[in-house]
Design a protein around this ligand. Structure first.
Ligand code: CA
Ligand code: CA
Length: 124
């Protein structure tokens, strides 16, 4: 399910206890009004049953922080708009020696650490 309103079965704009109740009503054969069954499979098992209603309750009270059947969901958190990263501007003007003075050239290469991509042993 890739609905932007996944979990919000009554299209109220939020996931709350009413959505859980409507899923439960749907499951027991009632025909709740304003019920969007396309948004109801919140555990992603391709069916709508009481497990979806229980998961909605758990999500609503904060016992779980995501709905596995939903790739996007309204409710706590962001507004759904993609984040725009600020422009990267490497304008750093910093002279190490101004702060720390002259430091002697290293005399050993310590290569006993993991993740070393390379060493600098000249033009210090
Ligand atoms: Ca709702
Ligand atoms: Ca389900």
């Amino acid at each position: 399910m890739f609905s932007a309103t996944c979990g919000d079965v009554n299209s109220s704009g939020a996931i709350d206890i009413v959505d859980a109740l409507l899923i439960a009503q749907y499951y027991v054969g009632l025909n709740p009004s304003n019920f969007d069954s396309a948004a109801a499979d919140v555990n992603g098992d391709s069916g709508i049953d009481i497990m979806d209603a229980l998961l909605m309750v758990q999500y609503y009270v904060g016992l779980v922080d995501s709905l596995p059947g939903c790739s996007q969901m309204p409710g706590p958190g962001g507004d759904g708009d993609p984040y725009t990263w600020p422009v990267y501007s490497p304008g750093l003007d910093y002279n190490f020696r101004d702060e720390f003075g002259d430091i002697a050239m290293p005399t050993q290469v310590l290569n006993d650490c993991s993740g070393i991509a390379g060493t600098q042993s000249q033009e210090w």
